[in-house]
Ligand binder design. Structure first.
Ligand code: HEM
Length: 134
């Protein structure tokens, strides 16, 4: 007879990075960079003047995407991030700016697990660049 031990499931990237606080800090740094650094002016111009709702939405998306609470996915059933951007004119330049700003935001944020955060930056950058259509 085998004795089963109750092993805890492996921690999700969400938990390893530092939970909601880390996702919100990354998102705030990302939009601060886009707001302030002229290198992202083109990307800034595509967005609405008021980014406060985007700060909340992107942080919640990242939480669920990284294996944490799925509030964003429950509020947006069946919504795919790639097709949600189908109506936005995304160029190679603006996609590259998104990828670069997100990578910088993750580098600048004090996260619990640097290696998993860098993996997140890499995957998000590739997703963003994959959204370019022009
Ligand atoms: C991995 C890549 C990306 C992720 C995870 C992401 C995430 C999001 C999220 C969560 C929203 C809010 C919409 C909602 O909650 O339904 C959004 C909206 C938006 N995204 Fe992205 N995005 C990405 C790439 C890009 C890129 C490359 C552009 C370049 C132009 C872009 C431009 C926009 C714009 C213009 C909006 C609408 C914002 C507004 O109403 O002002 N996104 N994105």
């Amino acid at each position: 007879m085998t004795v089963e031990t109750a092993e805890a499931p492996p921690a999700s990237p969400f938990e390893r990075v530092g939970g909601h606080a880390a996702m919100r800090a990354i998102t705030d740094r990302f939009y601060d960079l886009i707001d302030e650094d002229p290198a992202y002016a083109e990307l800034r111009a595509v967005h609405a003047a008021d980014l406060s709702d985007m700060r909340a939405q992107l942080a919640l998306f990242l939480a669920g995407w990284a294996g944490g609470p799925r509030d964003w996915f429950e509020a947006n059933p069946g919504k795919c991030m790639m097709s949600a951007h189908g109506g936005i004119a995304i160029t190679r330049d603006t996609a590259g700016q998104w990828a670069e700003a997100m990578t910088r935001a993750i580098t600048d944020t004090n996260v619990a697990d640097r290696a998993i955060a860098e993996t997140m930056a890499d995957v998000l950058s590739r997703m963003a660049r994959g959204m370019a259509r022009e």
